[in-house]
Design a protein around this ligand. Structure first.
Ligand SMILES: [Zn+2]
Length: 184
């Protein structure tokens, strides 16, 4: 049989009698365990090229939604602020180093349909396209590029919250054109 997460108390090892719901209380030591939504920091990095600007995206090399584009982000580590974790994810997925302190809050939303993630969207300081370091594929990312507008993003971006964050970003700047993805 498969042991699911939190089948046993992590403090004293007693098996929970009710393993289907949260919170559950250990009959051995009365410790309670919860399954709380997990925060995810997602950074919109403006990429400037001459008079145009767009947003940095990556093509996913791992499930879910493998092969689709996404904004850059991931789970925080315990010692990180949402800004620091977001900046780390940008570096890990794209090779670009950004100053975490420049990231400003844009919007937050629970994931859908399961609200088990809280998506924290921030906007970094603009980066010149010429300043992007060479891109190397990695285990999570097969391609790096820029999208230039909101039209059609619902067809190329992986997650509904990423789609809405992108639409909000471009709408706030009066940009209405096609996404026109280009590798970068
Ligand atoms: Zn216990």
């Amino acid at each position: 049989m498969t042991n699911l997460r939190d089948t046993f108390c992590s403090f004293c090892g007693t098996r929970y009698t009710e393993a289907a719901t949260y919170p559950r209380t250990c009959t051995g030591c009365t410790t309670q365990v919860w399954a709380n939504p997990v925060p995810v920091s997602v950074v919109l990095v403006p990429i400037v090229e001459g008079p145009t600007s767009g947003l940095l995206v990556v093509r996913r090399a791992i499930p879910p939604q493998i092969g689709k584009l996404a904004l850059v982000g991931g789970f925080l580590e315990e010692h990180e602020t949402w800004r620091q974790g977001g900046a780390r994810e940008v570096f890990e997925e794209t090779g670009l180093r950004i100053d975490a302190q420049t990231i400003e809050p844009l919007w937050f939303e629970s994931s859908s349909p399961r609200p088990n993630r809280v998506m924290l969207f921030g906007v970094a300081a603009p980066v010149s396209k010429a300043a992007l370091p060479p891109f190397q594929t990695n285990t999570e990312t097969s391609e790096r590029g820029v999208i230039h507008g909101p039209a059609g993003v619902e067809e190329v971006l992986a997650f509904s919250t990423h789609i809405e964050a992108t639409q909000r970003y471009f709408a706030a700047r009066g940009i209405a054109g096609p996404h026109a993805f280009t590798p970068a």
